[in-house]
Design a protein around this ligand. Structure first.
Ligand code: KG4
Ligand code: ZN
Length: 363
């Protein structure tokens, strides 16, 4: 089955054609085409995504990407189904993808699947070449979804059968990375920037030097809470206070907090909180696979620490993450999730498609 995926929920416009087989039991995917136009440069001056600018950029990019699909030799008339993100995300942006899909349906008369963006992130771990191991999820699985808009622990009994075990009470972890990056004067999106600096600081091994003016300690939010929820806005505020008080204590012109060391302290605290709650969920639920997905799953420190903690908690439970090409938003993951729904004949009529900014994985 050939599926065209359409993704416009935030600041990436993406179209992908994916060939799928194996059914819901053993889904296998081959990427035929994976196209993307990022709006990062457009939004960077504002330090975040501006919905109305994004909306217009999506419309232009979709027209351009459609041309690229046709030029590639892929015939849209030969696609078996369309899969479009309907939420969660920015509604003006989601509507662009939906309208584009409705036009394609008028032109090519194809069945449509409405896809939840977060389910796309779950399916992203099945894409790409086998990364040294299998891309096979043994159920039940526990997924840690970490992105710019979401931070949630999801219990997957099977594909299409999800329960949210815990989620952030305020900022998403990616959002916290971006906000702290802004405090440190780093460019948007800040996640990768923080991560690079933090790795540098670790390499320098400045962490335990007591006399080090740069050594800062940050709280591990929610670690004492009994539930599986997260909170990251207090951590961001703690960084702000640490920067302010260092500024006050520092004689003008003297050494101030080292940016890389602040990035390291923040990343350590954020990753500790994520890993701690994931292990807590493992203790409660006993999964056979742990999944890490979403934009922040690109973070190397998080991957390392999660792997270590999962192995210590339950030897033999694999941690699956997306191939680097599919950690961020893309349309191949939307096509993959669409395939799973198509297997269950879960189609939607094009007229009924509706953007739902706050769509959740479970209803
Ligand atoms: O999934 P995604 O591409 O878009 C959303 O659905 O939100 O996630 C984007 C988020 C941004 O906040 C970005 O800063 C963060 O993922 N991110 C990272 C890294 N790469 C991207 N955060 C930490 N470390 C990274 N290496
Ligand atoms: Zn995403």
């Amino acid at each position: 089955m050939r599926i065209l995926g359409i993704e416009t929920s935030c600041d990436e416009t993406a179209l992908a054609v994916v060939e799928a087989n194996g059914g819901v039991e053993r889904p296998r995917f081959r990427i035929v085409l994976n196209l993307m136009m990022s709006q990062v440069a457009l939004h960077a001056p504002y330090g975040g995504v501006v919905p109305n600018l994004a909306k217009r950029a999506h419309r232009e990019a979709l027209a351009e990407l459609k041309k690229q699909v046709e030029k590639s030799g892929v015939k849209l008339g030969e696609i078996n189904a369309l899969a479009v993100t309907v939420g969660p995300g920015l509604e003006p942006c989601l509507w662009e993808g939906i309208t584009f899909t409705q036009e394609l349906v008028r032109e090519f008369k194809k069945p449509v699947v409405a896809v939840n963006h977060m389910e796309g992130h779950l399916a992203s771990v099945l894409l790409g070449p086998p990364a040294g191991g299998e891309r096979e999820i043994r159920f039940p699985a526990l997924a840690l979804l970490v992105s710019g808009g979401h931070t949630e622990l999801v219990w997957m009994k099977q594909w299409l059968d999800y329960e949210i075990l815990g989620e952030t009470q305020d900022d998403a972890v990616g959002e916290a990375f971006d906000k702290v990056a802004r405090l440190l004067g780093l460019p948007y999106p800040g996640g990768p920037e923080i991560s690079k600096l933090a790795e540098k600081a670790r390499a320098k091994n400045v962490r335990h030097s007591v006399s080090n003016i740069n050594a800062i300690e940050l709280p591990r939010p929610m670690i004492k809470s009994r539930d599986l929820n997260f909170s990251f806005s207090g951590l961001k505020t703690a960084v702000l206070y640490a920067l302010r008080s260092a500024g006050r204590q520092t004689p003008a012109g003297g050494p101030s907090l080292d940016t890389a060391e602040v990035a390291r302290a923040f990343e350590d605290a954020a990753v500790d909180a994520l890993v701690f709650k994931t292990v807590k969920a493992m203790k409660a639920k006993d999964p056979r696979t742990v999944i890490l997905a979403g934009g922040v799953s690109a973070n190397r420190h998080l991957r390392r620490e999660l792997e270590r903690a999962v192995a210590a908690e339950s030897a033999g439970v694999p941690v699956l993450y997306p191939d680097p090409a599919f950690t961020g938003d893309n349309a191949a993951m939307i096509a993959a999730a669409g395939y799973l729904h198509a297997q269950k004949h879960d189609f939607t009529s094009a007229e009924e498609l509706k953007a739902e900014g706050r769509l959740r994985l479970t209803v």
